[in-house]
Ligand binder design. Sequence first.
Ligand SMILES: [Zn+2]
Length: 332
Amino acid sequence: MPLSNSQYRAIMRVYDERRFGAKRALDLRKAAVYEKAPEIEGLESRIHGLALRRARMLLAGDDAEEEKARIEMGRLRTERGKALAAAGFAPDELTMRPECPDCGDTGYIDGGKCHCFRREEIRLLYAQSNLDAVLERENFGTFSLSVYDSVEVHPKLATTVAAYMEKVLLRCRRFADSFGTKPENLLFTGSTGVGKTFLTHCIAKALIDTCHSVIYLTAHELFDIFSKNTFDSGNDIDAKEEMRNRVSHILECDLLIIDDLGTELSNSFTVSQLFYCLNDRLISGRGTIISTNLSANMLRDVYTERISSRITNAFDIIPLYGDDIRLKMRAR
Ligand SMILES: [Zn+2]
């Protein structure tokens, strides 16, 4: 998916800053460690010297000496580990902690783009900076069960809405924690203001923080992109290319969130595009989350049996209940 030169430079700048930040953080950690446990600085410089010697021996083909140095290096590292633990530091206190451990914040891995690069492309192309601000406010850390009724037993649940939501919250955390280990999809149903969007925000934030590419679109925005891609990007080649890019990101991102399905006007075009999109992602094992005001039955009426059975089979359906929590949150 080609980016313009300035877009590419903007992304590489993000990586430069990230590596610079990680290096600065490491220097600060080092200084703190050496201050508290000065013997570790000596160990570090011996390990460093030994590494240089080993490299020279390898070049000279001196296997016996190299082996001795390797064993000595192992011993020094163990000693350093013990010294760090004794002083109350983490085992990786003296190593770089890149945001993406897979590529070390270079954006590239084995000559190709790292998965985190896709996340940055999506950030740029979808201008999800407004989403970033929302996710700062709405995430697992800020989700509060106290806005839900913890007194009255809900007739459909045989428990209170608050107790039920506690389980839902755990389910969402599990989804985020085990993301990528198995194909999973969620469908949140329920009326307006019961917390569907908030929960999708929680999951989105957790996955973006762990370097996954997440696209968050309302159903309306999603169909708008599909329809522009098919019908009216005109003769402008760049606009056509951009629309194609967007569609391929929608199909290929790690997690696609479709918010508010059912509020847009559906027709045979949106129905076929939705099926194509969901089916493609299911086949390639990529996760999708949908939130909708419609019940499972209404979904079938609006989106045909074909789509609704695809959803019922592959999605974990989580119905939400209760009053409009937004009123309570506003009053707090
Ligand atoms: Zn990466």
